[in-house]
Design a protein around this ligand. Sequence first.
Ligand code: ADP
Ligand code: MG
Length: 206
Amino acid sequence: MNGDAVARWIERAAGLIGDNEKYLTELDAAIGDSDHGANMARGFAAVRGKLAGHPRDDVGAILKTVGMTLLSTIGGASGPLYGTLFLEAAKVSAGKAELDRGAILQSLSAGLAGIQKRGKAEPLDKTMVDALGPAIRAFEGAEGVSLAEALGRAAEAARQGAEATIPIVARKGRASYLGERSAGHQDPGATSMWLLLRSLAEAAAE
Ligand code: ADP
Ligand code: MG
């Protein structure tokens, strides 16, 4: 994936998140404070603006701009975590004109490690980690298929991971304040993570 493809990914993500703003807000209304849709839509709208006219020769520089912008515009718990995802991925891809499969895996893995370091969430705590973790494992395991297909499998694993948060009692974030009452609802951050990875797969297939 070169800089143009990465920019297409972010553009698609902004569109998909905008289309799903209400859905993400509804999910956050059930176990949080009803702001996840607005947070994500605001962040990705700002990113979209920042990337128009941004140089495309360095994938790391693009991802860094995305991370800094999300960090400063999303707010809430998810802003620093999504910011960290992109900033850690940016470090891995700094100076690269394009990312091959290994670099994509490394970037996503560094992003997940950053999210877990910052938020201290483990798998099955009912967070965005439950979508990104399975996606990375599916991507890594998708051998002998095209990049687009491998990312498609990653996105599907993220969708399933987000859905699998429904019965979980939250152990991190605002939803954890609800205790047992957080069970029975899909995690908003895991759902937005799925949308982000779906956009990535679509951009790679384009
Ligand atoms: P806030 O909870 O501050 O209102 P958002 O509503 O934007 O922020 O985001 C909530 C989402 O953030 C949750 O659904 C969850 O996926 C994610 N999240 C919250 N805390 C953590 C954490 N410590 N680690 C990973 N993800 C988290
Ligand atoms: Mg919220």
